[in-house]
Ligand binder design. Structure first.
Ligand code: PMP
Ligand code: GLU
Length: 397
């Protein structure tokens, strides 16, 4: 009998978290590391949100909360979904969780039986495949490439569907590619789902506001499939609240009840104080979000120009989120000193050790030819980081 369960033995460590940890370890040794591996805004949580949290402590918001979140928070979420997304939900269709990560895991665990197929376009966010593994589902990948702005077509989707398909899971704006599906592109995918009423769709919209095209469409806005869409969102990115741990799911009532039951056995409701802060965030204006997005857009343009100028690096112009996902395979097979680069992971470790910049291997996102670079850092740091990366790559021959 093994000490640890097969469940945990088969699970991969989160590469985003691993690379951030390696970067921190080098920093602790006094090395000047620029961390571009972790996807979190480098902004502070808005003042009015922090004030609401402080007030809630004084008002003794210290008790267990309802498992799915305070009713007033759930109601404000429904108001946001109506106002910003044109989507109607009742408050009892909202489950607030300890981050969007838990909302995603809840939905996967509540929907997937062993052997059920889950279609995931690659590149995908690192934890999707592992959540599916935990639920003993089978992941069916659809490859999207840099040539197609990392987006899949309706024809690719339909070709991947089998009688075992239970779920489709994607993010738009996408982590790690920054690609944003337009309304027309989503309509084409929705038209396919309309033909297959057994398939559910997880739409991860956590980067909704970090969008440079100025328009976000949720696939839940297509009425014919809305009841089968599980919309995931949260406060980590839009309100720079990664550490507060508040995310949510909006879905049909049956799945919301199932997630409430699961959460009730595993974590209960998320932090009372974080929920009061989240409520204040949604009651405020989008001003802080807009300021942050304008800054991200400036940085995106700077980094795009710098990355595009590096020989052998192929890059798309991301429309949202705060990542670049450059194709770097032209460096595979090259070496410098004791380093030989066989794959993207070797390249990330080389860049970390040689240039002191932490990035994440594309393998973690289902694409072996790329690496992920987060640009959630100050512009001078980004310029320095890309110049260091370019220098390290130039040494490879
Ligand atoms: N989905 C995507 C696409 C993400 O990048 C992240 C990372 N923050 C999450 C979900 C999880 O977010 P949270 O911090 O709310 O758990
Ligand atoms: N979502 C962020 C990322 O992709 C944070 C890390 C994580 O939650 O895995 O880097």
């Amino acid at each position: 009998m093994t000490f640890l369960s097969n469940r945990i033995n088969n699970l991969s460590e989160s590469q985003t978290i691993k690379m951030a940890k390696l970067g921190r370890e080098l920093s602790a040794k006094g090395i000047d590391v620029i961390n571009l591996s972790f996807g979190e805004p480098d902004f502070f949580t808005p003042e009015y949100v922090k004030e609401a949290a402080k007030k809630s402590i004084d008002e003794n918001y210290s008790y267990y909360t309802p498992v799915s979140g305070y009713p007033d928070l759930r109601k404000v979420i429904t108001e946001k979904l109506l106002k910003e997304n044109g989507l109607t939900y009742n408050f009892d269709q909202i489950v607030v969780s300890t981050g969007a990560k838990q909302s995603l895991a809840n939905a996967v665990l509540c929907l997937i039986n062993p052997g059920d197929e889950v279609i995931v376009p690659t590149p995908y966010w690192v934890s999707y495949s592992e959540m599916i593994k935990l639920a003993e589902g089978e992941t069916v990948f659809i490859n999207a490439t840099v040539e197609n702005d990392f987006k899949i077509t309706a024809a690719q989707l339909e070709a991947a569907i089998t009688p075992k398909t239970k779920l489709f899971m994607f993010s738009s704006p996408c982590n790690p590619t920054g690609s944003v599906y337009s309304k027309t592109e989503l309509a084409a995918l929705a038209a396919v789902f309309e033909k297959y009423p057994e398939i559910y769709i997880i739409s991860d919209e956590i980067y909704e506001h970090i969008n440079f095209v100025g328009e976000h469409t949720s696939i839940a806005s297509f009425d014919a499939i809305k009841d089968r869409v599980i919309l995931i969102n949260g406060f980590s990115k839009s309100y720079a609240m990664t550490g507060w741990r508040v995310g949510y799911m909006a879905s049909n009532k049956k799945l919301a009840d199932a997630c409430d039951k699961l959460q009730g056995q595993i974590t209960s409701g998320t932090s009372s104080i974080a929920q009061r802060a989240a409520l204040a965030a949604y009651q405020g204006t989008l001003d802080s979000v807009k300021e942050m997005v304008a800054e991200f857009k400036k940085r995106r343009d700077v980094v795009y120009a710098l990355l595009s100028a590096i020989p052998g690096v192929k890059v798309n112009l991301p429309d949202g989120a705060f990542y670049f996902f450059p194709e770097v395979k032209s460096y595979f097979g090259k070496s410098s000193g004791s380093y030989t680069i066989n794959n993207a992971e070797d390249l990330c470790l080389y860049i970390l050790n040689e240039a002191h910049v932490s990035t994440v291997t594309g393998e973690a996102f289902g694409n072996e030819d790329c690496i992920r670079i987060s640009y959630a850092a100050a512009e001078d740091k980004l310029r320095d980081a890309v110049s260091r990366i370019a220098g390290a790559l130039a040494k490879l021959s």
